[in-house]
Design a protein around this ligand. Structure first.
Ligand code: PLP
Length: 636
């Protein structure tokens, strides 16, 4: 359902709320997110749609939790705390942005102007409400939609393996006392919709060789095994057809569209006609956000010129892209690349196509030989255009970031290694540019032209076969949906059923447990840590060491998780978790107020360790330790 405010019955100022994506000022952004989150839930109610699970993509949609909370409080009469457990148990938050600056933060005054009436509806104070959006409750931080999402969702995930790692670090401050690597934030790698992004020719090819029902079996590697036996001629025919389609598209449709858009005037890229079918064609097309580093290829123009002007093994580059109107950097980059492409040595050899849209994208990702992607690591959360290319036998040449970190395998495309990394971005750019030229000169171009008297290179086809068989199946929408279903939707569905059963009995039980635990937490005392003879400087990791902790729980009735936490320096001034070793309850007083915990353990790695005892409350009712993140530390 597309929500739009540009309707005649709306007043003028409301009509423009949805005019621009990410447009306008923070106030308009607030209005858009109010519309999406709160309006979205009201829309579903209006349509009579009610679902078990609510999945918010980015913090932009986080206010769906606010509206759902209000509904449970106002319509079902639940106390706020119980409503929060019910909403949490049925919500998933997916973060797509790897940098904190990409998240939404609203200052208190602005938030108050739009959300000021919500605390009253929820039966809580303004302070309690705004704290749900703060990393540190009680501080003067702005309200973060992402933190609000984390606090109102049972589960959270990033959109690739690496982005999961990055997201855990980014969100670690929300749960002080826990290491990033312990957080419950997981990942599901993005995929692309095969029937949309495989060209009609590719689809006919798959139908013929993989069976007419291949779409329903797309996420299964065995479906693609038949590619092994397809004659190279046929694979090359498909590739040639797709390239011809692209060349035809840009010399006809694109040219016409361009002339129409520009009143038939000049500036049409020259040389559209002179890209040959048998010339290695490399594509690079994306939003010109600066982290995508479209400029990288242009670092050494002499070397680039030698590549495109090689007498026997020339290369052609097609660039396309769009920059955000407000992104001066991106606009400048497009101008820069357009200018370079007009120089005599590059004219007709490096071509920049403006107005990148889905239609141009669908031709490009199918028609080029190689898809190039050079983002700054680790800023490509997933990336999807390379996956689209994958569905058409186009080989990827990309930085090991986002999806390609998982997708790359040898002899099925190329990867810019992640081994050397510099903190100085300019150094990194220079190194990466150098590696790109090197790999083009030494591996990619020679392989493409290694035809041995045939019309194509067997080695190249070998790469295409591997890439279709082993990479494509893992980056389709179907695999992504399967992952969401298995890792999140199914467990959440079971969880919310359990939490809601018998008039929200479990939700009330959790609330009661949290209240009790919070009330008595400060009474709990770590009486004694017996670590006599415990060696922190280990050379022999076979040595078994013992540890004992005695605790007086005071009035606390909650179960405890007592752990030996072993950390090491991460060389950036912080600590990483090396080991967390649970201690066992071995003895307790009749009223179980006094407890003794014990462990015999081995330190995994030799070296000097930093260790401490961590005590957290434990309840089988809560899926994650972070769900009630009270922490007590004791030194050894
Ligand atoms: C797929 C696509 C994108 C996104 O590509 P990324 O590689 O994820 O940046 C952007 N614009 C268009 C038109 C697309 O088709």
């Amino acid at each position: 359902y597309l929500m739009d405010t540009d309707l005649e019955k709306n007043n003028l100022s409301d009509r423009q709320i949805t005019h621009n994506l990410y447009g306008g000022n923070w106030e308009n952004r607030m209005k858009q997110e109010y519309l999406l989150g709160i309006g979205g839930i009201l829309l579903l109610q209006h349509l009579g749609i009610s679902k078990e699970i609510y999945h918010m993509n980015e913090g932009h949609a986080a206010l769906i939790s606010a509206q759902r909370l209000a509904d449970y409080v106002e319509q079902k009469g639940l106390p706020f705390d119980v409503a929060l457990e019910v909403v949490r148990s049925s919500s998933l938050y997916t973060v797509h942005t790897p940098v904190p600056a990409g998240h939404d933060y609203f200052d208190e005054e602005l938030l108050g102007r739009y959300m000021g009436h919500f605390p009253h509806r929820l039966g809580i104070s303004w302070q309690e409400f705004i704290d749900m959006g703060r990393t540190t409750p009680g501080s003067s931080e702005k309200f973060s939609m992402s933190v609000f999402a984390l606090n109102t969702c049972q589960e959270a995930n990033g959109v690739s393996y690496l982005h999961g790692v990055v997201s855990r670090s980014m969100f670690a401050p929300v749960w002080p006392g826990f290491f990033a690597e312990e957080l419950h934030v997981g990942h599901v790698t993005n995929g692309v919709h095969l029937p949309t992004w495989a060209s009609p020719e590719s689809q006919a090819f798959y139908k013929k060789h993989l069976g007419t029902d291949y779409v329903s079996r797309q996420a299964d590697e065995s479906t693609w095994a038949a590619i092994e036996h397809i004659p190279s001629d046929e694979i090359w025919q498909l590739r040639s057809q797709l390239k011809e389609n692209l060349l035809h598209y840009i010399t006809h449709d694109y040219r016409k569209r361009w002339l129409r858009a520009n009143d038939g005037s000049a500036n049409l890229p020259e040389g559209l006609d002179c890209i040959g079918l048998n010339t290695l064609l490399i594509g690079f097309a994306r939003r010109f956000a600066t982290y995508k580093r479209a400029h990288l290829l242009f670092t050494d123009l002499d070397r680039l010129s030698r590549l495109v002007n090689h007498p026997d093994r020339p290369v052609r580059f097609l660039f396309a892209g769009k920059a955000h109107p407000a992104d001066g950097g991106g606009q400048g980059l497009i101008k820069h690349i357009t200018e370079i492409s007009r120089r005599p040595e590059f004219e007709g050899k490096i071509i920049f196509l403006e107005n990148y849209d889905m239609h141009l994208a669908s031709k490009l990702i199918a028609g080029v030989d190689v898809w190039l992607n050079t983002p700054t690591r680790p800023l490509e959360a997933s990336g999807t255009s390379g996956e689209k290319a994958e569905m058409n036998g186009v080989l990827n040449f990309s930085v090991l970031d986002g999806w390609w970190y998982e997708g790359y395998r040898p002899n099925a495309g190329w990867a810019l290694t992640d081994k050397t990394t510099y903190h100085d971005q300019q150094m990194q750019d220079r190194l990466d540019a150098h590696t790109i030229y090197d790999m083009l000169e030494r591996e990619i171009i020679p392989l493409y032209y290694d035809k041995e008297g045939k019309s194509y290179s067997e080695g190249w086809i070998h790469h295409i076969r591997n890439s279709m068989m082993y990479i494509a199946p893992h980056f389709t929408m179907r695999r992504m949906m399967d992952d969401y279903y298995d890792h999140f939707y199914k467990p959440l569905s079971q969880r919310q059923q359990a939490v809601n059963a018998s008039s929200y009995a479990m939700a009330s039980e959790i609330v009661e447990w949290k209240k009790q635990t919070a009330a008595h937490w400060d009474e709990m005392q770590i009486l004694r840590v017996n670590a006599s003879g415990f060696e922190l400087r280990t050379t022999n990791t076979d040595v078994i060491q013992s540890l004992e902790v005695e605790i007086d729980r005071g009035g606390l009735t909650a179960g405890l998780k007592v752990e030996l936490i072993v950390a090491s320096d991460d060389n950036q001034g912080g600590l990483t978790l090396a080991q967390s070793i649970p201690l066992e309850l071995v003895e307790q007083s009749a009223d179980s107020r006094w407890q003794k915990y014990h462990v015999d353990c081995r330190l995994k790695n030799p070296g000097i360790h930093r260790v401490a005892i961590r005590v957290t409350p434990h309840s089988a009712l809560l899926p994650h330790q972070m769900d009630f993140a009270y922490v007590r530390w004791a030194a050894l």
